[in-house]
Design a protein around this ligand. Structure first.
Ligand code: FAD
Length: 528
């Protein structure tokens, strides 16, 4: 019999032996009756300082017939058979095509490949090794490649990231995502930590391993290949034209293009694909010394090796806006993330160890269609562009990101650097970030600051460093789908992931890709 035991509480220095002891106490049986004890979930309870603890859920097996005491923390785990995926009978012309190797595209491709569908996957950007070289060149010299950058290329937008695998969606496919990442090289702990993360150094290997597996299963992955047009006949998709001048004939196309493929959105819009405006958030990256965040969150236990670098999540609801922290990267870097010339865009990343000096997080404020100025479905993109170009200008029109001490930001003056040095991957210049964002956004950020400082002691330190601007928090558009996940009015086109407005983050994008693969399998026969 397999059991799940929850609410097992240990100190920071306790190990497997203590877990076994507590399992024995909870079950009220002898240790030699317990087999295969495994951690299912580990979270940190830092509400009481001192006295930070780990809270575990663990699974184990016991022999049938052993009496188990009645305890709400003990549950029998039943084996649930995965529902078989039975292929449909419609015919695919050619092979299914996936545009994009981000989490939604690669997971869609993996599931199709695992089921014999041999997908073709294209990405406008380069393979991860070449992509890393081009991205580092941009960070060093300011020369941007508009097809291979932090947004575009193998692994998609999340390749240069913290690789946080937390999500707010509740879908059983999330486990599949974690298991596959683990199978392709992510550390064991992503399977049980409550806030798992991979880190960009490991993630790069993982995405390359996934691509090689798809190829091994008969799929084809083409890099430096951009979809530049779609062919339509009688309202149905029948192929995609690429910039390598090849036409890929197919009646099944998954558009997993991410939230930054503005030219591709425009092409699809001009071809009659329906788009809707969608709210998102804009603001800045804020950096603090990681040691300050550790002390605020863990008190005396700050620096304990079992805890690692602390994170935070902040949220301040105002009358009609919300200011909040987003995509926090402990011990990380602020990433120069533009995908268009003459723009500055920030984001954050960390390596697995999260051992850089600064903690960074986006500090953003919600914006929506009423702010975009027109009802054009792509107006949100134009809205992002305005602030990205103002940031470029504020940085001296030479690919320097504008940076500002928090105190100077509050007082609307450019100022200079303080004790927190920029952890930005490119060059920076001191400037007034108030000039790169709408006043209602900077006012909301300022209003929230006193509250955030109460939640995280020291958050409002005068030298905290802001870098502008953060505009790509989620997609500014949504492509409406029907109940078989096809684009409304265009049979055969499957808009997927974050760019289409169905995900926000690595795991939810991957889950959306899996959902679409499963739908394609249910609809179409395995191509011969
Ligand atoms: P994307 O990952 O954006 O992939 C889209 C792909 O499509 C790209 O590779 C692009 O090159 C390709 N493409 C676009 N247009 C075309 C075309 N016309 N032809 C061919 N290919 C095309 N999320 C988290 O959950 N945790 C994090 O820690 C995290 N950190 C992040 C850090 C950074 C720096 C960034 C930029 C994002 C981060 N995110 C994080 C967000 C996360 O990366 C995205 O939510 C996720 O990647 C979306 O997946 P996707 O597959 O929908 O799209």
């Amino acid at each position: 019999m397999k059991l799940l035991l929850s609410n097992i509480i240990t100190g920071l220095d306790d190990g497997q032996k203590e877990l076994e002891k507590l399992a024995v106490q909870k079950l009220k049986i002898k240790l030699n009756n317990i087999k295969n004890l495994k951690i299912v979930k580990q979270s940190v309870d830092a509400r009481k300082k001192p006295g930070i603890r780990f809270v575990y859920s663990i699974s184990c097996e016991i022999n049938d017939g052993i009496h188990i005491s009645d305890n709400p923390d003990i549950r029998i785990l039943k084996h649930v058979e995965e529902e078989p995926l039975n292929p449909g009978d419609r015919q695919i012309t050619g092979r299914p095509l996936i545009i994009g190797t981000g989490p939604s595209g690669i997971f869609c491709g993996l599931i199709l490949a695992q089921n014999g569908y041999k997908p073709v996957i294209i990405d406008r950007g380069s393979k991860v090794e070449e992509r890393t070289r081009k991205v580092e060149h941009y960070w060093k010299c300011g020369e941007l490649d508009i097809n291979t950058n932090v947004q575009f290329g193998e692994g998609g937008a999340g390749t240069f990231s913290d690789g946080k695998l937390t999500t707010r969606i509740n879908d059983s496919r999330c486990d599949k995502v974690l298991q596959e990442y683990h199978r392709f090289g992510a550390p064991d702990e992503i399977l049980y930590r409550s806030k798992p993360h991979i880190g960009t150094d490991i993630l790069k290997r993982v995405v390359a391993n996934m691509r090689m597996e798809i190829e091994r299963l008969g799929g084809t992955v083409l890099f430096d290949t951009k979809a530049i047009d779609i062919n339509i006949s009688d309202g149905k998709l029948c192929g995609v034209l690429t910039d390598t001048h090849s036409n890929i004939d197919t009646n099944v196309v998954v558009a997993a293009i991410g939230h930054s493929a503005r030219d591709t959105f425009e092409m699809l819009y001009n071809r009659g694909v329906p788009f809707q405006q969608k709210p998102f958030s804009i603001g800045v990256r804020i950096e603090h010394p990681q040691s300050l965040i550790n002390t605020a969150q863990y008190g005396e236990a700050s620096g304990h090796p079992a805890l690692g670098a602390a994170d935070y999540q902040l949220f301040h609801k105002q009358s009609n806006r919300t200011a909040y922290s987003f995509c926090m990267c402990p011990g990380g870097l602020v990433v120069a993330s533009a995908s268009e010339q003459n723009s500055i865009v920030t984001n954050g990343m960390s390596e697995y160890k999260r051992d850089r000096e600064n903690a960074n997080s986006a500090l953003v404020v919600s914006v929506g269609p009423s702010d975009f100025g027109t009802s054009h479905p792509l107006a949100g993109i134009e809205f992002q562009r305005i602030w990205e170009r103002l940031a470029y200008k504020a940085g001296g029109s030479s690919n320097h990101a504008p940076v500002q001490r928090l105190e100077d930001f509050m007082d609307n003056r450019a100022g200079g650097l303080g004790s927190v040095k920029p952890g930005y991957t490119g060059k920076t210049r001191c400037a007034d970030i108030n000039e790169c964002l709408p006043k209602y956004v900077t006012d909301s950020m300022k209003e929230a600051m006193a509250y955030f400082d109460k939640r995280i002691k020291g958050f409002g330190m005068k030298d905290a460093l802001l870098t502008g601007v953060e505009t790509r928090t989620s997609s500014p558009v949504r492509i409406p789908r029907n109940d078989t996940f096809e684009c409304i009015g265009m049979a055969g086109l499957y808009p997927a992931g974050e760019g289409a407005g169905y995900a926000g983050g690595i795991v939810s994008a991957a889950v959306d890709g899996i959902k679409i693969a499963q739908q394609i399998i249910k609809t179409y026969a395995v191509p011969r």
